[in-house]
Design a protein around this ligand. Structure first.
Ligand SMILES: [Zn+2]
Length: 192
């Protein structure tokens, strides 16, 4: 499924967060130990199993609480909503609620970076045909939320589905077929 898990470290302390632990848990554990990271939170961009499979093992390893959007029905310790901030060390990432692929989808933004989960991929967007998916909601998440962000933001998606692992918002606005300007109705028709 080519999922990406991310570990984001605060440079000035060794506090860090793990985002979407799923398949390569041994690799994640090695990175944590090698860099002597103190994991403050485990954060899921949404509840789908391929983004949360490693929650239990990582929570046992790190003792860190699990953060998800308040609308998630999956087991978690801390609920967040749009505009909340996730702080670790001297760093913070802001929560953007971006439903459409999933009701509880969030993106995280901070320090020139955007973690876009399954809302936006390099060259594509998340599917809308799973339970809780909605083309209409995805349209508003993409065009009212992500489209207005700084072009220079480096985008780190939830899957390796594009022709590169990362991108920028500006690059996606020009090259991603999904991000071309459409009305809500045109977008819904295109998504089928
Ligand atoms: Zn998903």
């Amino acid at each position: 499924m080519q999922n990406f898990s991310y570990i984001v470290e605060d440079d000035e302390t060794n506090e860090a967060i793990i985002m979407d632990p799923s398949w390569d848990l041994i690799e994640l554990e090695l990175i944590i130990k090698k860099n002597d990271l103190k994991i403050k939170y485990i954060v899921n961009t949404h509840h789908h199993f391929d983004h949360t499979l490693g929650n239990k093992a990582m929570a046992e390893l790190t003792k860190a609480p699990i953060i998800q959007h308040e609308s998630s029905e999956l087991k978690h310790d801390i609920s967040v909503k749009d505009g909340d901030s996730i702080d670790f060390g001297n760093s913070k990432l802001k929560v953007l609620h971006t439903p459409g692929h999933s009701k509880d989808g969030i993106c995280l933004i901070g320090d020139g970076k955007l973690f876009s989960g399954d809302t936006l991929f390099v060259g594509n967007c998340g599917r809308i045909d799973l339970p809780g998916g909605s083309a209409k909601e995805l349209y508003h998440s993409l065009f009212d939320v992500l489209y207005s962000l700084d072009d220079d933001l480096i985008m780190y998606p939830g899957h390796n589905y594009g022709n590169s692992e990362i991108s920028t918002i500006g690059q996606e606005k020009t090259t991603n077929m999904i991000m071309q300007k459409r009305t809500e109705q045109q977008f819904i028709e295109m998504m089928g």
